[in-house]
Design a protein around this ligand. Structure first.
Ligand code: ADP
Length: 526
């Protein structure tokens, strides 16, 4: 240990100041004592002078002791002058002796002076005692300060060395350095171990989990008990943003409340939320991570497609049930009427005709529903003669064309294409039948089929009622029928939905161009 550093510890300035104060106090004490001794000496001499004066006044002829000298009135020296000027007595003090001149008065008039000389009390012993004692106290204090500072200094050095050791290598060093394991050393040691464990366990766990969440293709983030987002995966950044703040969820108050609630009540919970701004449903799961500074892992599974499918299924069931109800009610009603044996023959025939027509509608509905809901997992494709398909359809629709006196023009190339025959048949048939159904008598229909590059283009044009913009956006919806046509022309409202489904499954596209009152063109590219 360097003396200089210890001196620094004690602080030289403080030592100097306290020593000076101590010295001044000691000197003041000594001066006070010496003044007191002089006072005592003076009082003693004055008392003997007084006694002598009394003696002289009673026995004027008595001999004075050797230390006394009688000075008659009128004697002139510095002492008598002082008294004449008004002093009570005059005093001269040397190291060893004290001399006092005091006037003798009779009826207020100075009749002579009495001069006494006496030896002084030696202050040597008193000064030695007091001074010696003061020095002893000073040395005792100095010793105490030094020892105390030294102990503090060693303690600090020890602690600093231990802390430096922790700094140097928290993972490999032992922190126990001193033989005498005081409380601080033990506490430091356990602190060191705690830090080491935390660093080891946390860094590994954290890194593992941080890497791990990157592997998932759905948004994941980790937030802490202060509401700060600590880590997000790439998918989260894509779908939301690269943020550190839960505030990004403020547009979704219920979701934010759910996260905040978990901070207060950290339990694992799963819940569904609708994110209005991005029109998506997420199944959210929060899992507290108690080993990771009480953070929370949040996974967001996009269940929008699932929800929509579910919704579509429910809607389909509701629609199909509704559509089935109308013909069934009608069949039931007319069947009841047929039970009457008195029913005239012409009505009986009419009612059976209605029952038969409604049954056909039911069959068509069931067939279309089956087609629409059929899941084509594997679409079987073969080289198919598409012009032959159109010929087939035209053969079956021929009677209706004739009945409605429609003019049919065709431009059908001999096209062979690798595709699914059944699905293409359904597409062509629905579009041709619609054109025939919705075009009024004496109308015109054009059917075209050609090959362009590696694609096939099929067109059906009619000069029927046409479609408005709104109708155009809705005709592919299930069960949608433009109102007027519903009353006049039979149909299920499922034909174009089936066309749309088949075209999509064959990776083709369908376009509609229509002018209300002038006609419609459907173009399918496969
Ligand atoms: P459906 O023909 O059974 O009613 P679709 O799904 O085939 O059902 O057609 C839906 C609706 O689209 C029809 O009800 C009809 O109003 C309209 N539509 C279809 N094709 C034409 C067309 N060529 N011209 C005018 N409207 C049409």
């Amino acid at each position: 240990m360097g003396t200089t550093s210890l001196m620094k510890k004690i602080k030289l300035k403080n030592i100097v100041i306290s020593t000076v104060i101590y010295l001044i106090a000691t000197v003041l004490l000594l001066v006070f004592l010496n003044v007191q001794i002089l006072k005592t000496d003076t009082n003693r001499v004055l008392r003997t002078i007084d006694t002598t004066k009394t003696l002289l006044s009673e026995y004027p002829n008595s001999t004075l002791p050797s230390e006394f000298q009688y000075l008659p009135a009128g004697t002139r020296n510095t002492d008598t002058e002082k008294i004449d000027e008004g002093a009570e007595y005059s005093q001269t003090v040397s190291r060893q002796s004290i001399e006092i001149t005091s006037p003798i008065r009779q009826d207020g008039v100075i009749t002579g002076y009495l001069h006494a000389t006496d030896s002084r009390t030696s202050p040597w012993f008193t000064n030695l005692m007091v001074g010696g004692f003061a020095i002893l106290i000073y040395l005792a204090c100095a010793f105490y300060v030094f020892v105390h500072a030294h102990r503090n200094y060693l303690f600090t050095q020890d602690i600093v060395a231990k802390i430096k050791n922790i700094e140097r290598s928290p993972l490999t060093q032992s922190y126990l350095m001193s033989e005498n394991d005081d409380k601080v050393t033990l506490a430091l040691n356990s602190l060191g171990e705690y830090i080491q464990n935390q660093i080891l366990s946390h860094s590994e766990k954290k890194e593992n989990i941080y890497e791990f969440i990157e592997l998932f293709p759905f948004p994941i983030f980790i937030y802490n008990a202060k509401g700060k987002i600590r880590k997000t995966n790439a998918s989260f950044k894509n779908e939301f943003s690269d943020t550190h703040n839960l505030d990004i969820f403020s547009p979704y108050a219920d979701f934010l409340t759910f996260l905040v609630d978990k901070m207060l009540n950290p339990t694992t919970q799963e819940k569904g939320f609708y994110f209005e701004n991005i029109n998506a449903y997420y199944q959210v799961r929060v899992s507290p991570l108690p080993d990771l500074d009480n953070r929370f892992l949040v996974t967001l599974l996009d269940v929008t497609a699932f929800k929509r499918t579910l919704h579509a299924h429910n809607e389909l069931i509701a629609n199909v049930s509704h559509e089935l109800k109308t013909p069934l009610t009608s069949i039931k009603g007319f069947a009841e009427l047929l039970k009457d044996p008195k029913l005239p023959e012409n009505e009986r025939q009419e009612f059976s005709h209605i029952i038969s027509k409604e049954s056909s509608r039911l069959i068509a509905l069931v067939q279309d529903t089956l087609l629409l809901t059929k899941q084509n997992i594997h679409i079987d494709k073969k080289k198919t003669n598409l012009s032959a398909i159109i010929d087939e359809i035209l053969n079956t629709t021929q009677p209706l064309l004739v009945e409605k006196k429609l003019t049919l023009n065709t431009e059908i190339a001999d096209v062979h294409h690798v595709t699914n025959r059944q699905m293409v048949h359904s597409i062509f048939e629905n579009l041709i039948e619609n054109a025939i159904k919705y075009t009024e008598d004496y109308g015109k229909i054009f059917i075209g089929l050609r090959q362009k590059d590696k694609k096939v283009i099929f067109t059906v044009t009619d000069n029927g009622p046409g479609l408005t913009e709104i109708e155009k956006t809705r005709i592919f919806d299930r069960f949608y029928r433009v109102d007027e046509s519903r009353s006049q022309v039979s149909g299920t409202g499922l034909g174009l939905s089936i066309v749309d489904k088949n075209v999509r499954e064959l990776q083709g596209k369908i376009e509609v161009i229509s002018v209300p009152g002038r006609g419609t063109t459907f173009t399918v590219t496969l």
